[in-house]
Design a protein around this ligand. Structure first.
Ligand code: TRP
Ligand code: ZN
Length: 868
């Protein structure tokens, strides 16, 4: 490494010395030599006539001040220092960049021949020297010049105001964005696309043109994205009273993209995975993902773009809030319970794991080396949980008042998390002083509850203790303000009113101290408590339920989430006890009562099939790993696999009955149809482990009319290691080998292959014609799934899995550090494995650390992991 990367601290925030109010950009597009002319209106804000601009991987051609050539500047490693500037001036900078050589997919790059940009977080500095920070808001005018035949579509933010033909077969288009924005929201796209067009009229009567740009030939896969966009626009008007503010909204789908999608003003750029779908190529899960991401990026137009972040430490201001909004969107349109279950799985699985890793950080981080490393589950998903807790404490009406006040105060500016909380407080009159600790304290709080019934005084008390274990970067922890939602049920399953100190209270308890007792009055018989209802706070709950109580809650809890959660707790008890049994060389034992509880759920026709499908799902290997300080890979895997087989064998008659009775003749995307398919395919995943497995799976693959059913068959064949697996895999590959996006599903099956020889097959698969190390989706599908979802092979004691991953990481360090850094995450958990494995992982981390050109993305994580 050339220089040791330097950390930035939140406490060191300084407002900028200058601002840029307007910028006029001209791009003369060329694959290897694009010339960018940037004319900025500059205003000095502080007592200095020198200006430091950010810049990376740029070739400087010219600097002019007020039209005069300017030589009074210094070229720095990370930018340009211009001296002796007038208080106000026009600063023109000409740079040259090489989009073709840009494999990091940050700044201006080529995706399958089309030019596109990715500027968040700090990619604009790879386009021109600029004040590349979110608190500098400018009005952008962008002129694009390119070959007309090759690049008929020339797009940027805002409205198209001019254009025309040029000599040599070139043409040009000029765009103007009337809304001042930070540089990270800038976008440019040039290419030859098919365009799906539609329109939307906002509730105040503005006509908005909607355009989705996809690769030629993919028009029949863009309809769901368009429908989702229209639904999102409507929903934001209805629920948040927020309207769109330009005359055009464009979405471009590209194949080469580091993340999910990007909310550039008026011109979203999407990973094609979150746009393209038809029933033959996409699963129901893909469809729901598209709806969520289209919604997410659209909702950023207000929470992110109209009000943006003062600095990157405030990222959760836009991301936590926008995730909350997209979760609400999906919940209002689909099943609230199923959405909540899936969101909670992410928190309890990978987010809690992040808290326990050397990368633990608060939702508003204090220290950052590479900003790209902080687009995390903590900032996004836990950030959303923090917003959700505010929503729980204030209620919907007050929350909406808070949102209005937030926009009234901060529209058109760059704000902080503190600004958001203050608006919520001022609008509601509800005090959130203690609650703010959620923004600065990292780690997963543990809430331990004990109950005590006193027949004589007719009281039932809950004794609540909370503590947060230390995290690597923060040893001291304070008690948090935790909204603990509860319900009490009598033996009939009826709700028991909550009375504290003679007064009826709401079902959200304010837990604020490390130790508190809530004594409920007028309780005639010992009730069954349902605790942390709807997962009212992102904490680990500990309460000693009996099997009977959990069985009771699985049936009687008033809300579906609580019923699901009771089922998960029941399974958790037996997963834990059986891991111990396996470690003591005893057999796995699943008590008949547990099996019967699951039979009850499966056969209960009053339940939503989508919900039953979730309830019938065992916790993932990764979630279970999170319960342990030391992960016994083989024991956990064995218990989960055995549970699956035992449930399959003992429930097989009923599974078969539900499987055949829930077949559907037509394919529809109605939520009820999606739910029915989910349940049917859940049944198949169990049945694959029975004698009937081979026959049913082959039959389903052969008869499938949609990708959901095709993939369910292949997944079942893969995880149950059926002998038809090979045949199905080769049939699928024959059919789809020319379509990388559809092949990703196949790559993922190779990556998660439970077979002993999986790794050698994975290595061969890298030579598949649809695979490319340059495409992040392909890498994540094959290598990412291996590292994250193939625990036995990845953690093989031979170290082969780690060595393979290490090699991939070293290769990606050079080409795409952002993707490498995400892929590295499983290595961060090294201390959760035995000494032997720890040593092997450490070897890989050290070999990364010793690279002469280690990117700062990897440097930040590797050094933290080795510091432990
Ligand atoms: N702001 C984007 C979102 O949440 C995230 C994103 C897209 C991103 N591309 C990125 C973040 C590249 C960092 C780098 O929707
Ligand atoms: Zn976002």
């Amino acid at each position: 490494m050339a220089q040791t990367p330097q950390a930035k601290y939140r406490k060191d925030y300084q407002s900028p010395s200058h601002t840029i109010t307007d910028i006029d950009l001209t791009f003369e597009l060329n694959e290897t030599q694009t010339v960018v002319t940037a004319k900025s209106k500059l205003t000095q804000l502080k007592e200095t006539t020198s200006l430091k601009l950010d810049g990376e991987a740029l070739t400087l051609k010219q600097v002019c001040v007020d039209g005069e050539n300017w030589s009074n500047y210094e070229l720095l490693e990370d930018g340009l220092l211009v001296h002796s500037l007038p208080k106000q001036c026009d600063l023109t900078i000409v740079t040259e960049i090489n989009p073709q050589g840009n494999s990091a997919l940050e700044g201006l790059y080529l995706s399958d021949g089309a030019f596109c940009t990715q500027c968040e977080a700090e990619g604009f500095r790879r386009i021109t020297y600029f004040l590349d920070r979110p608190d500098v808001l400018a009005k952008y005018t962008t002129t694009i010049v390119a070959d007309k035949k090759q690049f008929p579509s020339l797009l940027s933010n805002g409205n198209r105001i001019d254009g025309g033909a040029l000599e040599d077969g070139k043409h040009w288009v000029k765009w103007q964005d009337p809304h001042p924005k930070p540089s990270y929201l800038f976008a440019l796209v040039a290419g030859d696309f098919d365009i799906l067009e539609d329109s939307y009229q906002t509730k105040s009567g503005r006509d908005v043109q909607l355009e989705i740009y996809v690769d030629k030939g993919n028009l029949d896969r863009a309809n769901h994205a368009m429908l989702s966009l229209i639904n999102a626009m409507k929903w934001d008007e209805e629920r948040f009273d927020l309207e769109y503010d330009l005359d055009i909204y464009m979405i471009v789908a590209v194949d080469f993209f580091n993340m999910g999608a990007m909310e550039n003003k008026g011109l979203n750029v999407f990973n094609s995975k979150f746009v393209l779908a038809n029933e033959k190529t996409a699963t129901d899960t893909d469809y729901l993902g598209i709806e969520a991401v289209i919604g997410h990026e659209y909702f950023h137009n207000w929470t992110g773009n109209r009000v943006t972040c003062r600095d990157w430490f405030q990222l959760s201001l836009k991301e936590g809030l926008t995730v909350f909004r997209d979760q609400e969107f999906s919940s209002d349109l689909g099943s609230r319970a199923v959405n909540r279950i899936n969101n909670v799985r992410i928190i309890r699985g990978p987010q809690f794991a992040e808290d326990a890793s050397p990368m633990s950080h608060p939702i508003r981080p204090d220290k950052v080396i590479e900003m790209n490393n902080f687009y995390t589950l903590t900032v996004y998903e836990k950030g959303s949980e923090v917003i959700r807790m505010i929503h729980t404490l204030l209620g919907e009406a007050n929350f909406q008042k808070g949102m209005s006040l937030y926009f009234e105060r901060h529209d058109g500016t760059a704000a902080t998390c503190e600004d958001f909380v203050s608006a919520m407080e001022d609008a509601s009159g509800i005090y959130l002083k203690h609650f703010r600790l959620w923004y600065s304290q990292s780690g997963t709080p543990v809430v331990k509850v004990k109950s005590h019934f006193d027949a004589e005084s007719s009281t039932f008390s809950l004794e609540v203790e909370q503590y947060t274990p230390a995290t690597q970067e923060q040893s001291e922890k304070q008690p948090l303000h935790i909204p603990l939602a509860i319900e009490l049920y009598d033996s009939e399953g009826s709700l028991v009113p909550l009375v504290l100190g003679g007064e009826k209270v709401s079902n959200v308890l304010n837990v604020t101290d490390s130790h508190q007792v809530f004594t409920f009055e007028n309780i005639a018989e010992e009730p069954t408590p349902s605790l942390l209802l709807d997962f009212s706070a992102p904490v680990r709950l500990e309460y000693e339920y009996t099997d009977e109580e959990l069985g009771f809650l699985m049936v009687h809890a008033r809300n579906e989430f609580a019923r699901w959660d009771a089922g998960q707790m029941l399974l958790a008890k037996y997963i834990k006890s059986n891991v111990e049994r396996v470690q003591a060389n005893q057999e796995v034992e699943l008590p008949p009562a547990v099996v019967e509880a699951y039979r009850g759920v499966l056969l209960n026709e009053d339940l939503d099939p989508a919900f039953v499908a979730e309830a019938m799902t065992l916790p993932s290997f990764n979630e279970v790993s999170g319960w342990y300080d030391l992960v016994d890979v083989d024991a956990i895997d064995f218990v989960l696999t055995t549970f699956k087989k035992q449930l399959a064998i003992q429930l097989h008659d009923d599974l078969e009955r539900v499987y055949s009775s829930s077949a559907q003749s037509d394919y529809s995307l109605e939520h009820s149809a999606i739910g029915k398919r989910a349940l049917r395919n859940r049944c198949l995943s169990y049945l694959a482990h029975t004698d009937k497995g081979f026959e049913l799976v082959e039959q389903q693959y052969k008869n499938a009319t949609n990708m959901t059913d095709t993939m369910a068959a292949m997944q079942a064949a893969n995880s149950a290691q059926l002998s038809c697996r090979e045949h199905l895999m080769s049939d699928y590959s024959q059919k789809w080998k020319h379509d990388g996006l559809v092949m990703d599903k196949w790559f993922q099956l190779q990556g998660t292959n439970p077979d002993k020889e999986a790794l050698s097959v994975i290595k061969e698969t890298m030579a598949h014609e649809a695979f490319s190390m340059k495409n992040p989706n392909r890498v994540r599908s094959l290598v990412g799934s291996f590292m994250n979802m193939n625990p036995v092979a990845f953690h093989s004691k031979t170290g082969d899995g780690y060595k393979f991953a290490g090699g991939i990481l070293r290769e990606l360090n050079d080409s795409n550090p952002q993707v490498a850094s995400r892929l590295l995450d499983p290595f961060l958990k090294l201390k959760k494995y035995d000494q032997h494995r720890q040593k092997l992982i450490k070897d890989e981390l050290v070999s990364l650390k010793n690279m002469h050109n280690l990117a700062k993305d990897l440097y930040e994580k590797v050094t933290k992991a080795l510091e432990e």
